[in-house]
Ligand binder design. Structure first.
Ligand code: HEC
Ligand code: HEC
Length: 362
């Protein structure tokens, strides 16, 4: 009898702890306020438009492609041609829901036009001059027409930012089994996925950070995720890494042997190595994982948590060895897969051609 009583008691404590914290639930994803259809349509063209980059060679979808879960499927992102970036390219699925954007939260999520500007102009992303590409767009009659329909005026930098923002707001989870389940359709999750959910909320403790509608507490934690050695071995990547932290004004950037994450933004010692908890929605489509892309599969992620994460002086006390059985690990992975909805597939539109304007005419 005794062990049974004990285990009921432990379950009771665990459940009590989870519900007492309130925020530690999962919720269905609420719809975002629908952007204007004409702006979304224009934003879609601009999203796939290489003439928005300095050398006309890359577009948003070079690093956020619909066929690779709206990321690039690589551990670390290639930056602007001739450079390399030092973090994993995040998925755009549900990106419009975050309070802070990027792995280190350096931009406010409510201000997506600023994020688009950052992407267009930064040397490591698309390195374009806003006036230059507005001039390019003005030489393409179809775009002139589309800007007029969407904004009542000609192509400008600011309107481009708004149109791409409108498009980003439409890249969201659709019809995910987890949402059907949370709305009361128990059969939407397989028995194994439901077992995984129980572990997620209980023994594995994932819910402590992956909660709410996004399955993210939107806070920053250090897990001790290993860095990608390329950060130091590949000179182009290392140059971007150093320049990035120098630009943020982070002290002694030349000595960093790790990505400092949130510290680069706040310069608070306690924030060294912390990254924003990512949403787990659509996660089965967005491998490889973590800011460094160090974990290739969901099985690798679960194994990482099971052994208590990595080594890190600031490691969250919530990350500790879990003692999961092989069946429990499989169930957790099955649950993670139930977080993906219907694929959000958008075909690249045909680019309209330049029709250079003649001085004093058209
Ligand atoms: C050269 C590759 C590259 C290109 C091109 C690119 N991105 Fe990104 N994007 C990234 C990387 C890498 C990150 C993560 C950066 C970080 O956290 O330091 C990111 C992050 C984002 C995020 C934040 C997601 C989140 O979860 O906070 C959004 C939104 C985004 N990109 C949109 C865009 C848009 C819109 C465009 C086109 C204007 C674009 N990106 C072009 C590489 C790229
Ligand atoms: C202490 C808070 C915390 C707990 C507990 C936690 N996570 Fe995380 N999770 C994070 C943070 C922070 C990251 C990003 C870390 C990084 O990139 O360095 C992350 C990343 C992930 C990723 C990668 C997502 C991506 O887009 O790359 C997956 C998958 C994941 N966690 C699943 C889980 C599972 C499953 C559990 C339970 C076994 C769990 N997490 C427990 C905070 C947490």
């Amino acid at each position: 009898m005794r062990p049974l009583v004990l285990s009921c008691f432990t379950t009771w404590i665990l459940l009590g702890a989870v519900s007492a914290a309130g925020a530690q639930d999962l919720q269905p994803l609420p719809p975002l306020e629908a952007p204007k259809a004409e702006q979304v349509e224009l934003g879609k063209y601009l999203f796939f438009e290489p003439r928005l980059s300095g050398d006309g060679g890359i577009s948003c979808d070079s690093c956020h492609n619909p066929t690779t879960g709206w990321g690039d499927g690589k551990p670390l992102s290639t930056g602007y041609p001739g450079s390399e970036y030092f973090r994993n390219a995040q998925t755009l699925l549900n990106a419009a829901y975050y309070k802070r954007s990027y792995w280190d939260g350096r931009l406010a999520g409510a201000d997506l036009p600023t994020l688009v500007r950052d992407h267009l102009t930064e040397a490591h992303f698309m390195q374009v001059d806003g006036r230059l590409f507005a001039e390019r767009l003005k030489q393409i009659p179809e775009y002139v027409e589309m800007f007029k329909t969407a904004f009542g005026g000609e192509p400008t930098f600011g309107r481009t930012l708004s149109a791409v923002t409108a498009f980003l707001k439409t890249i969201t989870s659709r019809n995910a089994p987890i949402d059907r389940y949370l709305r009361g359709d128990t059969a939407a999750l397989s028995t194994e996925a439901r077992n995984g959910l129980v572990l997620f909320q209980g023994k594995a403790g994932c819910i402590q950070c992956h909660n709410g509608a996004l399955l993210s507490d939107q806070k920053f934690h250090a897990l001790g995720v290993p860095e990608n050695p390329d950060l130091f071995a590949d000179p182009l990547r290392h140059i971007t890494f150093r320049r990035f932290f120098r630009t943020l004004g982070a002290p002694n950037a030349e000595n960093y042997r790790q990505d400092p994450g949130l510290y680069g933004v706040t310069k608070e010692k306690a924030d060294w190595g912390k990254f924003r908890t990512p949403s787990l929605r659509e996660v089965s489509r967005t491998a490889p994982y973590m800011h460094s892309g160090a974990l290739a599969t969901l099985e690798d992620v679960v194994a990482f948590y099971d052994r208590g994460g990595g080594q890190h002086p600031n490691k969250s006390p919530l990350i500790r060895p879990l003692g999961l059985t092989a069946a429990e690990k499989r169930a957790l992975v099955e649950f993670l897969k139930s977080l993906a909805g219907d694929p959000v597939v958008i075909e690249r539109p045909d680019w309209p051609d330049y029709q250079p304007r003649k001085l004093g005419q058209n």
